[in-house]
Design a protein around this ligand. Structure first.
Ligand SMILES: Cc1ncc(COP(=O)(O)O)c(C=O)c1O
Ligand SMILES: N[C@@H](CCOP(=O)(O)O)C(=O)O
Length: 470
């Protein structure tokens, strides 16, 4: 099982190398050279299975022989043990043929835990087997960072640097990052947007020699291992609703396009997914792209769903590669055009393919408020603003086709965004007991300008891995 870059200029490597490398040396994103598939019988066999057991099969197909299966199975068991719900990612009914897939039962209350807990296990295992030490970086609009800090905090051969946009995350998200006492963890508040943070992370990989010097990897969904782990819950949800005998659609609140791309991967592996619905907030580059065929950057607008205040939707590169018959020259040209002009056009055939599998809806702040209020009133269920976007988009899909079940991904616990939720519903959601003292924990954070050079210097100065390697 080998992985190659969407930009076609990096040698094929196995799953573990792809995970440790993060971003390919040519600036592209790793994808399997050949898509693994699961037979109809295998998928049917997931009915009633434990989440971890489904994960062993689905992730195992993507890992190939890069990790001994007994080791992988052990790591998967350990990854999902700390989840607060026995089903790990339970499905709850929200209406006729309408379901919520709760992905927030991990330690930091967002879907990021599902992949990050496993990544923590895999990265802890990999340096021992490949004799490496690692420096992990991540750009976050709040959730990836908290999940990474929780998963990697305290590991002694890994340093973690998380870049978040100063003043643009919720208080709970910020404190989850700045409240860590682990000496290997560094929360960096960058004077810029999430897109600036993500550009800086990508820039660190392009900085001559830096990647090798510090053993750099990244925990965003540009890392293939994140996508692989996020694929599993599409299988468990669809099978619970009758797949493979019955198609299912998904509505996904979307920012960096990682979570919904994992759904596309599940479909490519054999899961009968009818439609993948992109739900966006006012930062609606993906909805505009589907409507016009032009991927065009605009300034980021702060919204009540801050984790999705993203314009540069990194994983769209993977979809573009697939929709363009895996032609890396098309991707290279598009990405060059994007950096030169802030936009690129998608060829008509590729656009048709994308439109045949995906739909998109922009859900503005007023609709988010309505959705939270209505679900609180009608179902006595408290939505977070990101989940409200997914659910609103799911209702649209259901109106178009009431016979196919639609699953909306519930990507965060309402308590991560208590102010927006209380304003909409009148209910102030409480943090679960393990985070009850979060707002009293002392904070540790470094505020840095939007400058790659300054971040690079900070990592060299504060990273134990960097010092060890020097
Ligand atoms: C709570 C929440 N929902 C949805 C998303 C969107 O996910 P993705 O970036 O994978 O599209 C994010 C992060 O981007 C998030 O943190
Ligand atoms: N919403 C994310 C943004 C980064 O997304 P990722 O899935 O690519 O890590 C966050 O909360 O950090």
């Amino acid at each position: 099982m080998l992985y190659g870059s969407t930009r076609g200029q990096a040698p094929g490597i196995d799953f573990v190398e792809a995970m440790l490398t993060g971003l390919a040396p040519d600036g592209g994103l790793y994808v399997p050279e050949r898509w693994p598939t699961l037979s109809r019988d295998t998928i049917a066999g997931f009915a009633g299975a434990r989440y971890a057991d489904v994960a062993k099969v689905v992730i195992g197909a993507m890992v190939g022989d890069a990790i001994a299966s007994a080791d992988l199975d052990r790591m998967i068991e350990a990854a999902y043990a700390p989840f607060r719900h026995k089903a790990v990612c339970p499905l709850v009914q929200a209406g006729d043929n309408l379901f919520l897939l709760e992905l927030f039962h991990g330690p930091t209350l967002a879907f990021k835990d599902v992949a990050m807990r496993l990544l923590g296990q895999l990265l802890d295992h990999a340096p021992k087997t490949r004799a490496a030490r690692a420096t992990i970086v991540g750009a976050t609009s709040g959730d990836t960072g908290s999940a990474a800090i929780d998963a990697f905090g305290g590991l002694d051969h890994v340093d973690v640097f998380i870049l978040y946009p100063h003043g643009r995350v919720s208080e709970v998200q910020r404190r989850q990052m700045t409240g860590s006492r682990a000496p290997n963890v560094h929360a960096l508040a960058i004077e810029g947007t999430f897109d600036d943070c993500q550009a800086m992370v990508k820039g660190l990989f392009a900085s001559p020699g830096f990647r090798e010097e510090i053993g750099l990897s990244v925990v965003n969904s540009i890392n293939w291992a994140r996508i692989a782990a996020q694929t599993v819950y599409y299988f468990t949800a669809a099978v619970a609703l009758g797949a493979p005998g019955r198609p299912v659609s998904f509505a996904v609140p979307t920012g960096n396009f990682g979570d919904i791309f994992a759904g596309w991967v599940a479909k490519r592996m054999g899961l009968p997914i009818e439609r993948l619905m992109i739900g966006t907030n006012e930062n609606d580059i993906l909805a505009r792209t589907l409507a016009t065929g032009t991927y065009q950057l605009r300034g980021v607008i702060p919204t009540t769903s801050p984790s999705m205040d993203i314009q540069v939707s990194s994983n769209f590169e993977r979809l573009l590669f697939e929709a363009s018959d895996r032609d890396s020259a098309t991707v290279v040209d598009a990405m060059a055009e994007l950096s030169r002009t802030g936009a690129f056009r998608i060829a008509p055939q590729a656009l048709d393919r994308i439109r045949s599998e995906f739909a998109a809806e922009t859900v503005d702040a007023a609709a988010v408020t309505d959705e939270i209020a209505a679900v609180q009133r009608d179902n006595d269920y408290t939505l977070d603003p990101h989940t409200a976007i997914g659910l609103r988009a799911a209702r649209t899909l259901l109106r178009q086709n009431p016979t196919t079940p639609v699953v909306a991904l519930a990507t965060a616990h309402a308590a991560k965004f208590p102010d927006a939720v209380e304003r909409a519903s009148g209910v102030r959601p409480k943090l679960p007991p393990h985070l009850a003292d979060l707002l009293d924990r002392p904070e540790r954070v470094s505020v840095l300008p939007n400058s790659r050079a300054e971040v690079e210097t900070f990592i060299r100065r504060h990273g134990r891995v960097a010092k060890h390697r020097a």
